[in-house]
Write a new protein. Structure first.
Length: 213
């Protein structure tokens, strides 16, 4: 087996995506995922964040999964008195799911390809593209009535800015998955701008920019 192929426990969670060098706080309360955190804490300390497909009002204990996720290293762990956990994941690398493993654990595990993406540090965005991301983020925040510390947002580097918006904005699972799978930071920024424009329009914001009309 290639060194790029590793087996990881999976945490399927709709709407939750993780990027390399980004962080994701999670509250773990289901018994199977509490067991997963206990096992991960005694092993490599990493889990695979991945989104389930087609999850709506129906509850499926074993939904189909998207094929791309991100490995998260557990860098913060707090065990609560009732056995639940608060954890913080640090994204290390995206992966492509190869096959789920036949295991006896209550949680799912899979063999994944960690060489499927080039997740080295990206080139910075051009000034015009960076400005467009910031501008559309402000417009979306205003349209949704959000209170945002824009001074702190402006201090983020390009990768942190784009990925943070992708993680926290209320896009649907398919849109978030498209952002996760986008190969380059510049491509993700372009897609993010379009998604923010459409979401703003849905919340009664101003018209879309001319290039999207």
């Amino acid at each position: 087996m290639s060194e790029a192929i590793v087996r990881v426990p999976l945490f399927p969670l709709a709407g939750a995506i993780l990027f390399p060098r980004s962080q994701l706080p999670l509250h773990i309360f289901e018994p199977r995922y509490r067991a997963m955190i206990e096992d991960a804490g005694s092993a490599l300390g990493r889990i695979g964040m991945i989104q389930p497909q087609g999850v709506g009002d129906q509850v499926d204990d074993h939904p189909p999964l998207y094929r791309v996720g991100c490995i998260g290293e557990i860098i913060g762990l707090e065990e609560l008195d009732d056995g639940r956990f608060n954890i913080i994941l640090q994204g290390s690398q995206r992966f492509r799911l190869i096959a789920e493993a036949d295991v006896g654990t209550a949680y799912r595990q899979a063999d994944v390809d960690t060489a499927a993406f080039d997740d080295s540090e990206p080139q910075p965005l051009g000034l015009a593209q960076r400005s467009e991301v910031e501008r559309e983020a402000r417009r979306l925040g205003d349209a949704m009535g959000l209170t945002v510390d824009w001074a702190a947002v402006n201090r983020l580097d390009d990768e942190m800015l784009v990925n943070a918006i992708a993680q926290v904005a209320p896009f649907d699972a398919g849109a978030k998955q498209a952002l996760l799978e986008e190969a380059t930071l510049a491509g993700r920024a372009d897609l993010l701008v379009q998604l923010m424009q459409f979401l703003r329009a849905a919340h009664g914001g101003s018209d879309l920019s001319p290039r999207l009309q």
